[in-house]
Design a binder for this molecule. Sequence first.
Ligand code: HEM
Length: 503
Amino acid sequence: MAGTLEWISSAVLEYRITLMLVLAATVMVYFMTRKRYKFPPGPRGLPLLGNILAIQDKSLYRMLVQLEKKYGPVITLDLGPIRCVFLNNVEVIQEAFVGKSVDFAGRPQTFSALAFSEGGKDIAFSDYGPTWQLHRKLALRALKYYMKGERFQDTIAEVMEFVTVEMGKETGSFDIYNYFNLAIFNIISKICFNEKFSSDNEEFLRVCEGLDTFSTDAGNGFLEDVFPPLRIYPTAKFRKFMKINDEVLDFIYKRINAHRETFSADTQRDFTDAMLIAQKEAEEEEDPELLAQITNTHLGQTVADVFGAGLDTSRQTLYWTALYLAAYPEVQAKLHAEVDSVLGERRVPMLSERHMLPYTNAVLYESMRRGTVAPLSLPHSTTCDTTVAGYEIPKGTMVMANIYAIHHDPRHWKEPEVFNPERFLDDSGRFASNCESWMPFSVGKRACMAESLAKPELHVLLASFMRSFEIRLPDGVTPDLEPEGSFSRMPNRYQVVIKKRFA
Ligand code: HEM
């Protein structure tokens, strides 16, 4: 017993010494880097903690809009030992992400990102380099293949018909989010696995719930990223998120393994098959370098990225759109008039009819602007010493684009808080998206890989939804159009009442 106690107290002592050494090293690095570079300005933080306490539980993207008034469009905040530079207007984002695209194309290799992506083996969190390039290229090729011909159109039409029937059964007020989940989940699972899920399928419900927790409870990140000692004894929050991550990955790997058993290189059924074909080609080439970049883990992570990224942003965009339509009945009336005149008796438009539905497109664009589901996009990292707006940014610095600020910049948007689709139409009612301060998919080398898939998909879903239903808030309910949020921004859950527009 005495031996055990001695061992525990020496272990505690050792732990404290390690902690002090880590903190001392952090302070040294902090002051050394601060001296050498002409960093962008920002509020002074506390020693060691930096500005981390000031941003806890706050909508950082909104706080930055206030800070911009004092410090200008490029702001430095210290998140514990991690120095982060925030870009808050379109000019500086263009200069960095487009003008110096490679300099700003890295991803920070934080502890949490590496843990969730099994060592940065995915697309979204992997650092700039050949493996990221390869997987982005393979994934883009597979998505383009899927979008060719009638396949994508048929998938959306089939899913929408089924979801419309399900939603039409609702009588009182209900949360429409569940139906957007069902629609987007089924489209992305058809693309990835050629598989359909019913609304009461256990796996569907569990994966959606898990991804929801990621969006709503991740807050402003994980303490493990900024305080290395916590990695030895992770917080309850981090452990909870690792468990969810494992569950979502189980769902993905289970399907990839089933695909392997029935796989034939001559028939490409879906995205997973496309990735298996790429792996087989690499095996046949017997190129060890290529094989090391397309292991089973890389393959699983790429499928997981497309599945997760495709699901979350799209369903949240539709959830915002439905809220705006319920809150602005005059916009909804115009949308109804447009879809009725173009679709006639049909319920689902063709992808090729997008240009004939300009008001629908304008509603979607305005919803993506005002809603901004990824207000701080994903974090970037500098791949070399570089500059922005005359300030110096060393290699390896975390950089974030404040898309929310860009979408609400009064220099570019008149009355930015107002939901007004007309801003995307010209005088003759034609669609005119000529504002450079609109970038929900971000810009540059790391911009969203699937903008050309997401926009037509959401357009068809919105038009079909409006063709079939009228939507309103329950009597006496005022919509909450400015919820608190952090790295993701979706409306607080709300209820609606719908009325069928057909018998
Ligand atoms: C409304 C829909 C969507 C929005 C608003 C959106 C937005 C974004 C944003 C802001 C980023 C980060 C860009 C950056 O770091 O600068 C991103 C990255 C990404 N998105 Fe999307 N996205 C949408 C739909 C999709 C869909 C449908 C897919 C897949 C089918 C997808 C796959 C990805 C991937 C893989 C990345 C990581 C790209 C990289 O790091 O190279 N997204 N998206």
